[in-house]
Design a protein around this ligand. Structure first.
Ligand code: FAD
Length: 382
């Protein structure tokens, strides 16, 4: 597995997948054939997470090749990510509570034997140890492996989901506050209250092509209980006033400016905001930090070749200006936390059109959201 940190690599991965994996995606997507064979899935998440390639571009290209019917499952998965984002935007306290819980649990589990054996890949569960090493080496795991991993972490090893979510964020190139936090909550049984995801020996054997044997798991666990309820915040997601020649901040989630909804607006300077580990609550692996930095470098080269004025700045630097600044909305997560905790009232946000349109459908479950997918496609793709 190799993720080259560039827009060019993202586009070529997409083209390869459309020509080689897309037609069998719904049939084969659940198989984890191992890190040497990922042809059945797109492996685009590290790029989508950083806005190097957008959901709309992906869906458009896939529909150029195959009908909606053949593409339906793939499109649903691509928009599942959008759904999780919107769900968290409407309930940002789920993120802040996760961070608070995490900070408490980190102290408590610091020297816990099960925890240390798990993160070092030294448990007596071979498949789990393999995924730990894969995550550290490739900074990626197949979706099904993420589900099995999280289920084993919580229900067989007896560890808190929050520590597992932190571990994923640390190593994944696609680490995303919404998909990751809500993915872990879903496996634990607190996202859909009382419904947990239980990994089983037969399922792992079947979908890994019998790569693992003798998998002893707790296959009858009870869901994690969390009685907190989260009411919906009505944010509105309305764009700031746009005038020419303002400065624009771009955070790590919206890096491909050339395809953004604001590409035709003239900005005085474009600043790509680099967030290293100093300000993050969840410290990232050096490879992940370097991946982000290289993606920013790649975007700066692309924009400079089009004579746009841009440069990378450190997140601390945004505190130093008193002028009003526009920013492509960074979404609930570490970057928004930094802006809020530093009380930077001079920053106002610009939202992606697809987010403004879709997030209003994220108030209920995914099955409800799915009904609006044809509307979303009609609005943005056709
Ligand atoms: C516990 C857990 C943690 C996760 N953490 C993250 C994370 O931090 N970042 C992240 O991007 N995804 C996360 N996912 C979702 C999913 O596993 C990955 O998006 C997917 O494996 C990426 O591989 P791919 O690009 O080959 O996916 P494909 O199968 O090719 O799907 C195409 C795209 O659809 C989206 N997608 C697919 N499945 C899901 C899903 N279940 N939820 C949300 N979006 C999906 C992704 O953007 C993906 O790139 C998590 C899932 C679980 C169960």
């Amino acid at each position: 597995m190799h993720f080259e940190p560039s827009r060019e690599a993202a586009v070529s991965k997409l083209n390869y997948f459309i020509n080689n994996g897309l037609n069998n995606y719904s049939k084969l997507r659940n198989f984890d054939f191992g890190s040497e064979d990922r042809s059945n899935i797109s492996c685009l998440s590290p790029y989508i997470t950083h806005g190097i390639i957008s959901e709309i571009e992906i869906i458009k290209k896939s529909l150029n090749k195959y009908s909606f019917l053949i593409n339906e499952k793939f499109i649903q998965e691509v928009l599942w990510r959008e759904y999780w984002k919107g769900w968290l935007e409407l309930r940002p306290k789920v993120w802040s509570d996760f961070i608070i819980d995490l900070n408490n649990l980190k102290q408590e589990y610091n020297e816990n034997k099960n925890y240390i054996e798990a993160i070092e890949g030294k448990t007596n569960i071979e498949c789990f140890n393999t995924w730990i090493n894969e995550l550290k080496n490739d900074n990626y795991l197949h979706n099904h492996a993420r589900m099995w991993f999280a289920s084993i972490w919580i229900f067989t090893l007896g560890l808190p989901w929050q520590l597992g979510a932190e571990f994923f964020m640390k190593y994944l190139f696609d680490g995303d506050s919404a998909s990751n936090t809500l993915g872990w909550r879903w496996v634990a049984g607190v996202q859909t209250k009382g419904k947990n995801y239980v990994a089983s020996e037969w399922n792992i054997k079947k979908f890994t092509n019998n790569r693992f044997k003798n998998i002893k798991l707790n296959e009858n666990p009870i869901p994690v209980r969390d009685d907190r309820n989260y009411s919906i915040i009505n944010n509105g997601f309305v764009n700031a006033n746009l005038t020419n020649n303002q400065d624009l901040l771009i955070f790590e989630n919206n890096l491909f400016f050339e395809e953004s909804d604001f590409k035709d607006q003239s900005f005085k300077n474009i600043y790509f905001v680099f967030n290293g580990n100093e300000t993050r609550q969840i410290k990232l692996d050096e490879k992940v930090i370097n991946f982000k930095k290289s993606l920013i470098d790649n975007q700066i080269i692309n924009l400079k070749s089009k004579s746009l004025k841009c440069k990378m700045i450190n997140i601390h630097d945004i505190k130093n200006t008193k002028e009003s600044l526009l920013a492509l909305y960074p979404s609930v997560g570490e970057n928004l936390d930094y802006i809020n905790s530093s009380n930077l009232k001079n920053i106002s946000f610009l939202y992606r059109k697809i987010d403004q349109y879709s997030w209003k459908y994220c108030n209920k479950g995914f099955f409800n959201f799915k009904n609006y997918i044809p509307k979303i496609i009609k609005e943005f793709v056709n």
